[in-house]
Design a protein around this ligand. Sequence first.
Ligand code: SF4
Length: 189
Amino acid sequence: MFERIYIEKALLENEQQQKKIQNILARFPNLPIFTIESYRDVFGKFYKPYLAKRVNLWLFLAEKKGQLVKPAPPAYGTNSGKHFYFVHAYNCLYECQYCYLQGYFNSPDIVLFLNHEEIFAEIEKIIIDHPNDELWFHAGEFSDSLALTDLSQELTELIALFKKYPQAKLELRTKSIKIKELLTLSPPN
Ligand code: SF4
């Protein structure tokens, strides 16, 4: 599906991200690669019909900036506890007709945010700051939680984080059957 790959310059200079980038590039050895300052300079700047994703999808490797973990809107999730969400990607491989992503972004192109360490540190800080609360963290507000994790490579670390804090719950909201990696991990509480 992918036609080209864009990589943010800062990611290439970050030792923590280099291994992940190499793993991704090894999956697509023949694609043209472009280095950019920020995914925002290109992503969504050109209108692409949603179903262009079948033939000429662009993949962006980027860093998530700003508030990395946000309180979820009211009525999101269950009636109890405090709810948060974090964003690990924009857009999805699938084509659910009702999916709001096709209207929300001006493009079907996929952005993977690879600075998982920073996102997870923020999750951990919230957990530590709320020792007596029931906490929920939702992955995949702007993507599917599992469909791209074989590329983005954060699942093992994410599950390891939640194993440390049994009072916190992680929701993987998915329509993907890519559970092979999950099955190799012993589950948190
Ligand atoms: S799986 Fe979810 S994110 Fe992907 S197209 Fe369907 S509704 Fe949208």
